[in-house]
Design a protein around this ligand. Structure first.
Ligand SMILES: [Zn+2]
Length: 444
């Protein structure tokens, strides 16, 4: 009943969010080919809009002696150049659509995992579509419209955004609760757990590392959680050990979700444990990375929902692998393998070799007494490993940690590497409040 009232109220206020949501719910069960056709239709609409109203894209089409009509297949899109963060930073006005008045533009800023945050424009309808896709992710994971959603979110910028996720959560979903995870300690976590336990059929959504910290607390204190239906993690990579830990603590399945602030709603996990690409929301291209040990591809994404500042063929900074299997759940959205990672999560050796961060993260998998860690490359021969001990830190852990340097040297042939292990109380987060397991001061 409550859900019906909320729908009606929003509709009265002119919101199209539930119309989109109902439409996306329907689309997920269409055959993949139908959804691909629909995606191409939306992509063409966006290209026409960009050509007509965005100076940067008009210039690009002209310089290529092309018009949007010349793009007849998806392969044709690769003729357009890749959009980088640097282009956006230096050409903000040229990338802004003339179809919007200044007061219709809403400024957002991406967390800025490295360096300064990226500022860009969106518009009201961007949030309508984004929130509808977000509801679809939750629904796929088993959430129902009348159930409580607790978001544990850490972006300090969210408070300044008007029609954003926070407002959405506050106003639209039932009995929802936003827990500000930008700064927290163990007493804050204790309060959060009380909130979580207060009602049945609760769903949790949050930053992976923060949810991980809550899970650790639950396990440490031997707290029994039986009222959480599902946990959805986002914003940071979900490692397998984190998934196992969170599932154990909350006694339910964990669902991963993929998207960024600039291009939200790219993919989401279904009950069969597969990541489905939301074709209505984004168009994804996979560019092979030469010499990548796990055949991962650089992701180039086009957001189909931002008309104020179209992100066409945007280099999002992540790599992934397209899925080739068919999911037993029957959804008409193709799969993306779960192995999504950040391109910046890599180290460069003194011999110029690139080492992907997952190798380092794996070294920590069976060290039980470490709460959190970060490998920080300072130069081509030194890495600092910052670690936060947990109360069950043991001699066995000390022994395992003492082996890491030689393991790395042996496996990678990085002979002049020096690993400096530091035990710390806190590991600084990014401007967007995210935790990084891998950071590097070495570029190349
Ligand atoms: Zn599925």
């Amino acid at each position: 009943m409550k859900a019906k009232i909320r729908r009606a109220l929003l509709k009265l206020r002119g919101s199209k969010r539930y119309d989109y949501f109902d439409e996306y719910e329907r689309l997920q069960w269409q055959p993949i080919m139908e959804n691909e056709k629909y995606q191409f239709f939306r992509l063409k609409q966006l290209l026409n809009h960009a050509y007509e109203t965005v100076p940067y894209y008009r210039d690009i089409f002209r310089s290529l002696d092309m018009r949007p009509d010349d793009i007849r297949t998806k392969a044709d899109i690769s003729r357009l150049p890749v959009l980088t963060k640097n282009i956006i930073k230096t050409n903000k006005s040229g990338l802004t659509s003339k179809a919007f008045k200044a007061d219709e533009l809403i400024t957002l800023s991406s967390g800025g995992s490295t360096g300064e945050p990226l500022k860009f424009f969106t518009h009201h309808n961007f949030f309508e579509e984004h929130n509808a896709t977000f509801m679809l992710s939750l629904k796929i994971a088993g959430w129902k419209e009348n159930e409580r959603l607790i978001s544990i979110w850490g972006n300090p910028n969210d408070g300044r955004i008007k029609p954003g996720l926070k407002t959405f959560l506050k106003n639209v979903l039932s009995a929802n609760l936003h827990l500000n995870a930008y700064k927290y300690d163990s007493s804050t976590i204790r309060d959060w757990i009380e909130h979580i336990q207060a009602k049945n059929n609760t769903f949790i959504y949050g930053y992976t590392s923060v949810v991980q910290n809550v899970a650790e607390h639950i396990i440490d204190k031997n707290i029994h959680i039986s009222n959480v239906k599902g946990v959805m993690t986002s914003a940071e990579k979900l490692h397998d050990w984190q998934r196992i830990l969170i599932q154990k603590a909350f006694n339910c399945k964990v669902y991963d979700q993929y998207g960024s602030r600039e291009v939200p709603g790219i993919a989401s996990e279904c009950p069969a444990g597969n990541m489905h690409q939301f074709l209505h929301s984004a168009y994804v291209e996979y560019l092979p990375v030469l010499d990548h040990p796990e055949n991962r591809c650089k992701l180039i994404v086009t957001s189909l929902i931002n008309k104020a500042m179209p992100f066409i063929r945007y280099e999002i900074g992540d790599y992934a692998v397209p899925g080739s299997r068919i999911c037993p759940c029957g959804r008409g959205y193709p799969l993306m393998e779960m192995k999504i990672g950040r391109i910046a999560d890599r180290f460069i050796t003194s011999k110029g070799k690139t080492i992907y961060g997952t190798f380092f993260v794996r070294q920590m998998y069976d060290i039980e007494g470490v709460k959190n860690f970060q490998f920080h490359q300072l130069d081509t021969h030194s890495i600092r490993l910052n670690m936060i001990k947990s109360h069950n830190f043991s001699e066995i852990d000390i022994h395992k940690i003492s082996q890491i340097e030689s393991n790395i040297k042996q496996a990678l042939g990085w002979d002049d590497l020096s690993l400096d292990v530091q035990y710390v109380d806190e590991i600084p987060k990014t401007i967007g409040g995210k935790h990084r397991h891998i950071i590097s001061d070495v570029t190349g």
